[in-house]
Design a protein around this ligand. Structure first.
Ligand code: GLP
Length: 262
């Protein structure tokens, strides 16, 4: 995997947007979108470039990673609403082509299968954006998740509920169950892009990049992916043993491989 260490969160967002742009400028592409606070700055940068006429999403489609079970689509904190608020309502993507798992389905297993089928029918995901939980989860694949799992129902770890309580009134208001793309589903995207900022993510990033591939750190599956990019700020990179080498490798990348540097 490629690790890009940026001076700060703003540079992370610009570098991630540069990478996104290489897909968005294609005739058509399928984007995998993530929620959480980390991607918000990248989304703002993409919106800015759209407004400046540099990017158009008109021919593209998107799939979300996950959704809370039992939250109506129109609930303020549903991921369906969140991605519209943070990104898709501000750009020219067709709203009907922004998909999310159906958290209101009476049959979550069936809803999970249907979601995987929809991704397949769309031709798979070209670029999948990922944030990371403090416990190393991606999507909502908590530690212990099968490394080959498909989209399915998961029970949130109490730490994740605590972390996400800031978006709700209190921890009691955070749904306990979610539908999430599985680690196997995520691995099928052709390019994975993981973003992390802040010291709180430093251990999870060290485990992801330099720890063993293990269910205890679900994001470690990136090590098995043929095309994975990790963009972090200095704080999130602070526990990486090989940080100097990653910087050296990035600075000496052959020109043909370079995305524009932020
Ligand atoms: C939630 C989402 C994840 C996200 C994580 C971290 O659990 N399901 O996709 O990566 O939060 O969020 P944040 O970026 O706010 O730290």
């Amino acid at each position: 995997m490629e690790v890009i260490i940026c001076p700060d969160a703003e540079a992370v967002a610009r570098t991630a947007a540069d990478l996104f742009a290489t897909y968005i400028t294609r005739d058509t592409c399928t984007l995998g979108l993530a929620t959480g606070s980390t991607p918000v700055a990248t989304y703002k940068e993409l919106i800015r470039r759209y407004e400046a006429g540099e990017l158009s999403f008109k021919n593209h489609q998107a799939f979300l990673l996950d959704e809370y079970v039992g939250l109506d689509r129109d609930h303020e904190q549903s991921y369906y609403r969140t991605i519209r608020r943070e990104l898709t309502s501000h750009i020219d993507i067709d709203d009907n082509r922004v998909h999310s798992p159906n958290g209101m389905s009476e049959n979550p297993s069936e809803a999970g299968r249907a979601y995987d089928d929809a991704i397949k029918e769309a031709g798979g995901i070209d670029l999948q954006l990922l944030g990371i939980g403090t416990d190393g989860h991606i999507g909502f694949n908590e530690p212990g998740s099968s490394l080959v799992s498909r989209t399915r129902l998961k029970t949130l770890h109490p730490q994740t509920i605590k972390d996400n309580a800031r978006f709700f009134g209190s921890p009691e208001d955070v749904p306990i169950h979610v539908l999430t793309q599985g680690l196997g589903t995520i691995s099928e995207a052709r390019h994975l892009l993981l973003l992390a900022t802040g010291e709180g993510k430093a251990q999870a990033i060290a485990d992801t990049v330099e720890g063993p591939v293990a269910a205890v750190c679900p994001a470690s599956i990136l090590q098995l992916h043929p095309h994975a990019t990790v963009i972090v700020d200095e704080a999130a990179a602070s526990k990486l043993k090989l940080a100097r080498y990653y910087r050296y490798a990035y600075d000496n990348k052959p020109e043909w491989q370079q995305i524009q540097k932020a």
